[in-house]
Design a protein around this ligand. Structure first.
Ligand SMILES: [Ca+2]
Ligand SMILES: [Ca+2]
Ligand SMILES: [Ca+2]
Length: 140
């Protein structure tokens, strides 16, 4: 049986019969399902995993959710997510900067009834930002 020729932007699994989208390569899912004896399947072989765009890479290469950076708790084993840079860091336009920790959280986490900043005053749920305390206490 001739090897399947895969369309552009796709990846041919090692078995030769299965084509998967190139974007499934190195996405940490076994898509080819051709791993033998518990080895990774051929689409996940020789991958250099970086962090996803919504993750922060610790100095020790671990990946943590980006919002855990500067949240006041060390999440990286080497604590590289909580450096002195937190106090001066800028948040992106689509993010809100928590008052005390310097944590950046998505704007749509504001006024959602959860203290995402994790600080005493719940600065993302603060009335000055347009959300009333009744919202803070009634929404779960
Ligand atoms: Ca994959
Ligand atoms: Ca942290
Ligand atoms: Ca919130």
């Amino acid at each position: 049986m001739p090897e399947t020729s895969c369309p552009a932007n796709s990846f041919r699994c090692e078995g030769g019969e299965l084509c998967i989208p190139e974007t499934w390569r190195c996405d940490r899912d076994d898509d080819c399902n051709d791993g033998i004896n518990g080895t990774v399947s051929s689409d996940e072989r020789d991958c250099k995993y970086g962090c996803h765009s919504d993750q922060f890479q610790c100095d020790n290469q671990d990946c943590i959710p980006a919002v855990w950076r500067c949240d006041g708790h060390p999440d990286c084993l080497d604590k590289s997510d909580e450096t002195h840079q937190c106090s001066t860091r800028q948040c992106e336009n689509h993010e809100f900067r928590c008052n005390n920790t310097g944590q950046c959280i998505p704007l749509n986490w504001l006024c959602d009834g959860e203290n995402d900043c994790g600080d005493k005053e719940a600065s993302d749920e603060h009335p000055e930002r347009g959300c009333g305390f009744e919202n803070f206490y009634s929404i779960r």
